[in-house]
Write a protein that binds this ligand. Structure first.
Ligand SMILES: *[C@@H]1O[C@H](CO)[C@@H](O)[C@H](O)[C@H]1NC(C)=O
Ligand SMILES: *[C@@H]1O[C@H](CO)[C@@H](O)[C@H](O)[C@H]1NC(C)=O
Length: 489
């Protein structure tokens, strides 16, 4: 009876999501391009009664929504209907939801007692349950050593409900097996992480032992607080992540991700504590989040495609970055990035593209729009000569190409004289750079001269609307004066 109910529940979810995905690709014009990217194999997509029997077999083997259906190549959860599909799981009156509470597995409500084993056991049960499962972490202080929440799971949908505070062990010997990860979600599909709680990396010891803090110490990496590796259909929302050992949240090799209502914080002085790191990930939307750390608020690196970040408040930190790309002569590809409605305050950079000399590949089709800069040191910057190491980088001929980059409606104040800096490669000049409606002034107390633009090796620049400062001829005298001024000081 129970098994039947589960199968029935699963089937209904499958069908509803299927119907929703039909709607989302036929009724919302604006979602079509995104949808096409998400469901790259998908053609005009109507109800196909022939496909129906295969869903039943998939329900039986625990896989979900045609994701393994090679025959008709359909991905029935796309980023546009992720939300609606998951919200159905909330309706516990209808669905048979397995609830797994970490307290029932021996988790203690005391922050000095290790709860790793309890969490591991609870995860196993949640991950193995059929239908929908909720892994509950009620209000409490939990202490965790490194832990891997591994899939693939049997559950159709899995929700991790973090209401309490999860604290990291700061004993380095606990990280002996894997010194680069603390909490890791590995190969899980249809996962929601939420609950209003806190994830605290307790990073102080790592920061102290970083070679960036203390130059006499050897350089070695510290753990990322939360890693999502090889995940698909993922929502991360309503959480606070703080004081990571190194990066806070990393999405690595994931597909279809929504991350929003996140509050990510660490001190400005904490080294390499990127807020949200995106690597090798396709179709990710990050929105409505406040990020202030010691490194990039958002960093987007190689293999990432179709990345959208909207309504981001950033600062302190190093700004929103694409890259670095192409280090150690590597090949890198990033394309389809939109940063819309961001507010940056007191950051080292605003919107930045950074590549090392000697790399290959490209960063292309990138839009930065509707961005407010407030006392930002390098508001707009492309640096194809990026070099983040002790010894200087040698000149090299190859480079990661930078092309089709649009800056639109960006206004505010620059903390340095150079509000726009395009340091493109001599051998691979930047192509298709558009500046439209740019208004950057020097921060207050710094108004002796104007902000300037330094623009080197751009093959193809378009300035539209009001652009200030300008790259083009109007700017030449100001730049000359600026250099003269540097030499006389
Ligand atoms: C830097 O590290 C060295 C070696 O561990 C240590 O002796 C020194 O006190 C550290 N300096 C600071 C400022 O912490
Ligand atoms: C300059 O860039 C624009 C937009 O990317 C493109 O349409 C145009 O063909 C380019 N012109 C040259 C000369 O490369």
């Amino acid at each position: 009876m129970r098994v039947q109910k589960q199968i029935f529940t699963t089937l209904i979810i499958v069908l509803l999501c299927f119907i929703l995905s039909c709607c989302s690709c036929t009724t919302h014009e604006d979602q079509v391009p995104l949808h096409n990217l998400v469901d790259d194999h998908e053609e005009a997509f109507g109800y196909d009664s022939q496909a129906y029997p295969s869903y039943l077999s998939m329900v039986e083997d625990g896989s979900f929504m045609g994701l393994r259906d090679q025959r008709d190549h359909r991905h029935h959860i796309s980023i546009s209907n992720l939300e609606s599909c998951f919200s159905m799981v909330d309706d516990t009156a209808i669905w048979d939801v397995k609830r797994v509470n970490v307290l029932d597995f021996g988790a203690k409500s005391h922050e000095t007692e290790d709860d790793t084993e309890a969490f591991e056991k609870a995860w196993k049960v949640a991950c193995a349950s059929k239908g929908a499962a909720v892994l509950e972490m009620p209000q409490n202080n939990y202490l965790l050593k490194p832990i891997r929440f591994s899939g693939p799971c049997k559950s159709v949908m899995l929700k991790v409900q973090i209401e309490g505070s999860i604290e990291a062990s700061d004993d380095e010997s606990d990280y002996g097996k894997d010194s680069r990860h603390w909490l890791q979600f590995d190969s899980v599909q249809n996962l929601v992480l939420e609950g209003g709680g806190t994830i605290n990396g307790n990073g102080h010891k790592w920061w102290q032992n970083s070679c960036k803090t203390n130059k006499t110490l050897p350089c070695k990496g510290a753990p990322t607080a939360v890693t999502f590796y090889n995940c698909k259909n993922l929502i991360v929302r309503n959480l606070k992540v703080q004081d990571a050992q190194q990066m806070h949240l990393s999405f690595q090799k994931c597909v279809n991700v929504q991350a929003y209502n996140l509050f990510v914080t660490a001190p400005e002085t904490s080294p390499n504590t990127d807020g949200i790191h995106v690597t090798n990930t396709q179709n990710i939307q990050i929105s409505n989040s406040v990020i202030g750390t010691g490194d990039d608020c958002i960093s987007i690196v190689s293999g990432s495609q179709n990345v959208k970040a909207t309504d981001i408040t950033c600062g302190p930190g190093h700004g929103i970055s694409i890259g670095s790309l192409g280090s150690r002569n590597s090949e890198a590809h990033v394309s389809g990035v939109t940063i819309n409605r961001a507010k940056l305050s007191g950051t080292k950079n605003g919107v930045r593209i950074k590549t090392w000399q000697g790399g290959s590949g490209s960063a292309s089709n990138i839009e930065f729009e509707n961005i407010e800069m407030n006392n930002v040191a390098n508001p707009i910057i492309i640096d194809q000569n990026y070099c983040d190491q002790h010894k200087p980088c040698k000149d090299q001929l190859s480079a990661v190409e930078v092309k089709n980059v649009v800056y639109k409606n960006i206004a505010g104040t620059s903390a340095s004289d150079v509000a726009i800096r395009f340091e493109c490669s001599k051998s691979f000049p930047c192509r298709g750079v558009v500046l439209q409606d740019i208004n950057l002034k020097l921060s207050e107390g710094n108004d002796v001269h104007e902000a300037i633009a330094i623009c080197n090796n751009i093959a193809n620049l378009t300035e539209m609307g009001l652009v200030s400062p300008r790259c083009s001829y109007n700017n030449a005298n100001i730049v000359l004066n600026y250099y003269a001024h540097l030499f006389t000081n």
